[in-house]
Design a protein around this ligand. Structure first.
Ligand SMILES: [Zn+2]
Ligand SMILES: [Zn+2]
Length: 444
């Protein structure tokens, strides 16, 4: 009798940032991870002028290439009449979906998975997700989610999945170690080496080494084309370069800025709870009242147990204008017209990794123009949630897998394998997992 093989398939998010979707299959058992949206600012929904069709989300998103065409994952009624994609009801697989963390490019489409297919997140992610739902930031689709725990193995048929904590700029982030009948795989999710004190990366790498890794599927967000005269190859180095701003440096930077400005306005991504706590601390230490938007205030109360702030609805702009050095005011991009209330007061706008994130987003230039129009000085006081290139290479060198698979990157080919094989996977190709290595199957 022929032995059952283990296959890997890469559905999306290979040479772009986000939307990484991979499946691992053995007989009737299948794992799918992650399940976010592919980000494309040129997408028809990108300008927010086009109305979504709530009853046709799966159908529309599939045809617009925003979610992966994985068979056996979506409900028949969501696919629509005459769909060629196999529905969850017709699926020959027992599928489990795994979500590494709560960034939209990793979880934005998890609500569209058929309720008959279990979706797992870490308990910490699930706690944050419940709070996000309470403030209207849940994803589309009604369904339940299941919790997995760091370092606690979870079985699905022949697979054993162990979520390992990673350092990323959202609570609950994990990588997944997956034992299969034909070798071990580590999917990093998104990570960095330096954001927490004490750092979690050494334990992460030690746990990975103990469990054993044959195939390392690594994110590569920060990889870019080599600059003029720069080598294509990156030297792995786990140390912190002098010019790197880490999370630990931000309180000092904020303190210096707040001691030397009039009004201070900040823009954060409120899923980054650590940063939210940091802003509350910075306001307290500078003797300023922190003023939070309603949803953020809910997160601060329920997840950080903080009460030392006011809400935007409690304090009118004229009060702030009358005494600008007494306040540290949150302003998210969607509320940016509130900045007009402070026009001419003078002061600082602190961009701390809120949206729009950077100039790749057309909204970023618009925000900069508005901040300037209001007479506020723009300051970036932030830190990336992603490993810098030398750290990505360091992790690849340290784990030293038989196969390195870089993805979730505009330039994945810059990551090299010190030993063994490197695979730059092709979308839609099937790879056979054999003796810990990957073999691309010819397309039929
Ligand atoms: Zn990502
Ligand atoms: Zn992320």
């Amino acid at each position: 009798m022929q032995e059952t093989a283990t296959y890997l398939k890469f559905w999306a998010g290979l040479t772009s940032i986000g939307g990484t979707v991979i499946s691992v299959e053995h007989g009737e058992h299948r794992l799918v991870f992650d399940f976010g949206f592919s980000y494309n600012p040129n997408n028809i929904f990108g300008d927010k002028q086009v109305r979504l069709r709530p009853a046709h989300l799966v159908h529309d998103y599939l045809l617009l290439d925003m979610i992966p065409a994985v068979p056996g994952v979506y409900r028949q009624r969501d696919l629509g009449d005459g769909a060629s994609l196999l529905s969850a009801e017709e699926s020959p697989w027992q599928t489990m979906v795994l979500i590494s963390h709560l960034h939209l490019d990793h979880m934005g489409a998890m609500g569209l998975v058929s309720p008959s297919v279990p979706v797992f997140l870490t308990a910490e992610s699930l706690g944050l997700y419940s709070a996000l739902c309470a403030i209207g930031e849940g994803v589309d689709g009604e369904r339940d989610y299941s919790a997995c725990r760091f370092d606690a193995p979870l079985a699905h048929g022949p697979f054993v999945i162990t979520p390992l904590r990673v350092d990323h700029d959202v609570p609950g982030a994990c990588s997944f170690h997956i034992r299969t009948p034909h070798g071990n795989l580590l999917y990093t999710g998104d990570f960095r080496l330096y954001g927490t004190t004490p750092p979690v990366a050494p334990q992460w790498l030690e746990a990975a080494r103990t469990l054993g890794v044959d195939v390392l599927v690594s994110e590569g967000t920060t990889l870019r084309a080599p600059a003029e005269g720069e080598s294509e190859w990156i030297t792995g180095d786990g140390s912190l370069p002098d010019n790197l701003t880490t999370e630990d440096m931000l309180p000092g930077k904020l303190h210096a800025l707040l001691s030397n400005t009039g009004l201070a306005v900040f823009n954060i991504y409120h899923r980054n709870l650590r940063r939210l706590g940091m802003m509350l601390d910075a306001g307290r230490d500078a003797g300023r009242t922190v003023v939070l938007e309603r949803g953020t205030a809910y997160l601060a109360r329920t997840l950080l147990a903080r009460e030392d702030f006011a809400e935007t609805s409690d304090i009118c702009a004229s009060l702030i204008k009358g005494n600008p050095t007494q306040y540290l005011v949150q302003n998210s991009y969607r509320n940016c017209l509130a900045l007009l209330d402070f026009a001419g007061v003078g002061g600082s706008y602190i961009h701390s990794n809120g949206t729009p994130l950077g100039d790749f987003d057309p909204a970023y230039a618009k925000l900069r123009a508005l901040v300037e129009k209001c007479g506020l000085e723009f300051h970036y006081v932030g830190a990336t949630g992603h490993a810098i290139p030398q750290h990505l290479q360091y992790v690849a060198d340290t784990v030293a897998p038989k196969v390195l698979v870089p993805l979730h990157s505009f330039w994945p080919q810059r990551l090299s394998a010190a030993v063994g094989q490197r695979v730059l996977p092709e979308r839609g190709l099937v790879y056979r997992f054999k003796d810990g290595t990957l073999e691309a199957l010819p397309q039929v």
